[in-house]
Design a protein around this ligand. Structure first.
Ligand code: NAD
Ligand code: ZN
Length: 399
């Protein structure tokens, strides 16, 4: 079901299938199709950033380029990028913003677009988003809206960004009413995921990012789920080869999904596995629970929902728990977390219809449960009482 779609062949390659980049044995390329019928490559590998000038000239020719990144990432990596682009004779400016989710805002969007205006960047400019998911979303949204849209290239530096947020074209900012509520679809011209750049990523951020990879295994590839667990110590230590392998497989899975449903009409919902309860727990904690941790808890709980309903094979929740633990990510909501607040949040969730919250459920690890045909097929209504029971049982689970 979520196997690579070899029927959707672009001129360059089947979408969602990694192929070695000719002449660059360490790099792999995965094509992603957009809803407009075009396709863009995601190239992954150690040192793949070196290919930036060549790919800019092939796919994102511009009069000038603006690198947008948060202060922390720019301190680590902006110099390298500048040298590379200067060496290619390209005109480049760099613009920074303070790091952290709290800066993924309309205020920062306004400041960045004003800066581009002040620099005199025109319609023929191109944004290079260098950083984690916050940068990709914010700089992507700047590009989506600046002069009604200029091209963006995603240069992810965190594992969240490499395995997840740089692929799929969603950009946007958080607003007081909720996260990611204002934004645009703006697919990049291409993505370069240079796994060398993740070397400077703190271990805790590595754990958080790998939770999204666990999600990819859970929805699409049981063997991959097991591999992440097995490789966990090496992944957490930042080892190059396993990191590149994981980024490649996750990009394949995400590309396979978003290529078939960029706008979340149906299939793309499967990427929400673990996120319905995850978001509720995150919100109930006042956003003190990190996103990856909340999603790990959400995946385990949603697997338990499925097990309780007789949809999901017994033992699935335990397997997800083991994978998260291997990544040093807790899976039991902390004592004192206001579960009523989480349940209230669920009621307001976008996916509520007719009073019942809909969940993506698994048949077993690696396989999403498929319901009726049509756009409803990927998520299933779960009675509120069952959700409450599973959530309440989770905080005093000692197994
Ligand atoms: N667009 C999408 O489809 C999508 C999907 C998933 C997540 N997201 C968004 O992604 C964001 C989370 O992404 P994130 O965890 O990467 O957050 P982030 O961009 O804030 O990065 C996390 C931290 O790591 C630092 N960092 C990043 N790369 C580094 C590196 N190589 N070396 C050292 N430090 C580095 C950053 O400065 C930051 O402090 C959220 O806003 C979420 O909504 C978007
Ligand atoms: Zn997520």
């Amino acid at each position: 079901m979520l196997t690579p779609d070899s029927s959707a062949v672009t001129p360059e390659a089947a979408v969602g299938v990694a192929r070695p980049v000719p002449g660059h044995p360490d790099s792999h390329r995965v094509m992603v199709a957009t809803s407009l019928g075009s396709a863009y490559p995601v190239e992954v590998g150690p040192g793949v950033l070196r290919r930036l000038p060549e790919l800019l000239s092939e796919r994102a020719r511009a009069h000038r380029y603006v690198v947008i990144g948060d202060k922390q990432v720019m301190e680590f990596h902006a110099h390298r990028l500048q040298v590379l682009l200067d060496g290619a004779g390209l005109r480049v400016d760099s613009v920074e913003f303070p790091e952290g989710e709290e800066h993924k805002t309309r205020t920062e969007w306004a400041r960045l677009t004003d800066t581009l205006l002040k620099l005199g960047v025109g319609r023929d400019g191109c944004v290079l988003a260098l950083g984690g998911g916050v940068t990709g979303d914010l700089a992507g949204f700047v590009a989506a809206t600046y002069m009604r849209g200029v091209p963006v290239v995603q240069l992810p530096t965190s594992l969240v960004a490499m395995v997840d947020s740089s692929v799929g074209g969603k950009t946007g900012v958080d607003v007081p009413a909720g996260k990611n509520l204002v934004g645009a679809f703006h697919p990049p011209r291409f993505v370069l995921a240079d796994t060398d750049l993740a070397q400077t990523l703190p271990r805790a951020e590595r754990s958080q990012g790998l939770v999204e990879a666990v999600k990819h295994g859970a929805i699409a590839d049981r063997g991959y789920l097991a591999r992440i667990q097995e490789l966990a110590p090496r992944l957490l230590a930042g080892e190059e080869t396993p990191t590149a392998q994981v980024v490649i497989r996750s990009v394949e899975i995400k590309a396979g999904v978003v290529s078939r449903d960029e706008r979340e009409g149906g299939l793309r919902q499967v990427l929400n596995f673990g996120h319905t309860l995850g978001h509720a727990l995150e919100a109930a904690s006042g956003y003190r629970l990190p996103h990856g941790t909340a999603v790990a808890m959400g995946m385990v709980l949603e697997a338990r929902l499925g097990e309780r309903l007789g949809v999901t094979r017994r033992g699935t929740a335990r397997q997800l728990e083991a994978a998260a633990r291997a990544l040093d990510v807790p899976t039991i909501p902390p004592a004192g977390l206001p579960l009523e607040r989480a349940l209230d949040h669920l009621k307001r969730d976008k996916k509520v219809r007719g009073g019942e919250v809909r969940f993506v459920l698994l048949d077993e690890p690696g396989q999403v449960h498929r319901g009726e045909v049509g756009s409803e097929a990927w998520s299933h209504p779960v009675p509120a009482g069952v959700v409450r029971e599973v959530l309440q049982a989770s905080t005093n689970a000692d197994d």
